[in-house]
Design a protein around this ligand. Structure first.
Ligand code: C2O
Ligand code: CU
Length: 472
């Protein structure tokens, strides 16, 4: 029965919580005067020395070898007209959808001044998947106060991680991200080939507004002219709360990176459906053939990207029904390589049980998206020490998919439903735990602070599916 199922979960939650217990680590704020102790009903408060956020901020000056990349992101409400001419009633950074593209070369300093013009709920910038120092993480109530209308906050961090990432507000992220408070962050390696040899490099965040889907900044199908033989890199980013499907018609390709991290010796694939979890990224690479290539979004022949060799016109062949293509599986993709820790010898092991269940919400029982039978902020913290190897078992007991996302640390995927990942080491920051699935993942606790750990279906996060990972 539903009741005994909940009771069982209560027990499971208790076992899990025993490893965590109540914590007195305070919220981390830049201004020590504003520092608050305790994070909600799950937190005892006041028993441990306070960590100062000042120790966990990013660098104040550009690195000797890098360039300072400075941006202002002003968050505001208002209509944004996208290239198709459609007007979208949005919340945006700098009046743009997506917000300004932030790019850097490895080793640069990124400095972003966030201002809030008129977002009543407040706003932050969270660097999704980027392992910034904790004080730059943009998690309101944990690493900073949300920036109120008229206020500002300066984020500073070193661009030491190469790859495809994105940013978004973390304050009332549902509905604020859906309304448009998001943008992309791409860091390229320092060496690199001369400009002319780099080919086409497209950053393609997909985002759904109420009645329109945009890929990059376009709705419908964008066309790019590409010479045969040129390398093409497609950086696919899912900024929505549900998975999206991509398919490449007319060429084989390699998936060279997942969630910004390179895969080891990825092979060529073709005619597969790529399911990209909410929050996730795939980098695809192909060599432009003599004929057209289409990137299809969600099996919709009107949505995506068309790559066209110059001079190849007319005569569109009908596109195949890519919905029938088998799902691309990372389980044995690429080649094994050494990883920096032994995941079978973890110092901490947490089980995270996800469900929709009755929980106390604002002091009353209500259906919520729960972790171990509780809703944020009543879920006990996970306590770790710096240097620990930490293992998570993530169990989905519900009928919905939960894209699980840990801030500040990529996790190594070990297994999914008992099947061990046997290809390239796979590091993800957002992995889709589908109904009934159990995932095993591990990471090294090497980034001290307080980190949110939550479902990236943002309505689920809003309904309680979130907890904190706290360095003891
Ligand atoms: Cu992209 Cu805590 O989120
Ligand atoms: Cu969820």
């Amino acid at each position: 029965t539903a009741l005994s199922r909940r009771r069982f979960l209560g027990v499971a939650g208790g076992v899990v919580a025993a490893g965590a217990g109540a914590t007195g680590v305070g919220l981390l704020f830049r201004d020590p005067e504003a520092m608050v102790t305790g994070g909600g009903p799950g937190h005892a408060g006041g028993t441990r020395p306070q960590v100062s956020v000042a120790d966990l901020r990013g660098p104040g000056a550009p690195a000797a070898r890098g360039t300072a990349r400075r941006h202002v992101l002003t968050a505001r409400t208002g209509t944004v007209t996208i290239p198709s001419g459609r007007a979208i009633d949005a919340w945006s950074y700098e009046g743009r959808l997506p917000g300004p593209a932030i790019t850097a070369t490895e080793g640069d300093l990124i400095e972003v001044t966030l201002r809030n013009a008129d977002i009543e709920d407040g706003v932050t910038v969270h660097w999704h998947g980027y392992d910034v120092p904790c004080g730059e993480d943009g998690a309101p109530g944990a690493t900073q106060h949300a920036v109120q209308p008229g206020g500002e906050f300066v984020y500073r961090f070193q661009a030491d991680q190469v790859g495809t990432y994105w940013y978004h507000t973390h304050q009332a992220s549902h509905p604020a991200v859906r309304k448009g408070l998001y943008g992309t962050l791409v860091v390229t390696p320092r060496e690199d080939r001369p400009e002319a040899e780099r080919g086409l490099d497209l950053t393609l965040p997909v985002h759904t507004f109420d009645d329109v889907v945009i890929l990059g900044d376009q709705e419908g199908r964008a066309v790019h002219d590409v010479r045969p033989g040129q390398p093409v890199r497609l950086r696919l980013i899912n900024t929505d709360s549900n998975p999206h499907w991509f398919a490449v018609v007319g060429s084989s390709f390699r998936v060279v990176a997942v969630d910004g991290r390179d895969l080891n010796q990825p092979g060529e694939v073709r005619e597969v459906g790529l399911r990209l979890p909410a929050g996730g990224r795939y980098d695809l690479v192909l060599a432009m053939p003599e004929a057209k290539v289409t990137l299809l979004l969600d099996n919709d022949s009107d949505q995506g990207i068309l790559l066209r060799p110059p001079g190849v016109g007319g005569g569109d062949r009908p596109l195949p029904d890519t919905a029938d293509w088998p799902e691309f599986d990372l389980l044995d993709y690429g080649e094994p390589a050494a990883v920096p820790f032994d995941a079978d010898d973890a110092d901490r092991h947490f089980t995270i049980v996800l469900d929709r269940a009755l929980a106390m919400v604002d002091g009353k029982p209500a259906y919520a998206q729960t972790v171990d039978g509780r809703a944020h902020p009543s879920v006990p913290d996970q306590l770790v020490r710096e240097g620990d190897v930490v293992r998570f078992t993530v169990v989905n007991r519900s009928l919905e998919t939960h894209p699980w996302h840990l801030h500040g640390h990529p996790v190594l995927i070990l297994s999914r439903d008992g099947r061990r990942y046997s290809g390239s080491p796979l590091w993800m920051d957002t992995f889709d735990v589908r109904p009934g699935e159990v995932w095993e993942v591990a990471f090294r606790a090497d980034n001290p602070g307080v980190w949110m750990n939550h479902c990236h279906n943002l309505p689920h996060q809003e309904q309680g599916m979130m907890l904190r990972l706290v360095y003891d």
